[in-house]
Design a protein around this ligand. Structure first.
Ligand SMILES: [Zn+2]
Length: 60
């Protein structure tokens, strides 16, 4: 089995990676993927909250 990041032989202590560095690279890729979801953007959430308050204060 080889490291999925760089293809070197896997180190048992860092399986399935060859080193701490490659494990960190994989973790960073995974986190970047989840942070790409638009609803996770703090500015979008703030804007949505302001619009919700404005809509709630208007009499219908
Ligand atoms: Zn590696």
């Amino acid at each position: 089995m080889s490291c999925p990041i760089c293809g070197k032989n896997t180190e048992p202590s860092y399986r399935p990676f060859c080193s701490r560095r490659c494990a960190d690279v994989d973790l960073a890729r995974w986190l970047n993927g989840s942070y790409a979801v638009p609803s996770q953007d703090p500015e979008d959430a703030e804007r949505a909250e302001q619009e919700a308050r404005r809509a709630a204060s208007k009499p219908h």
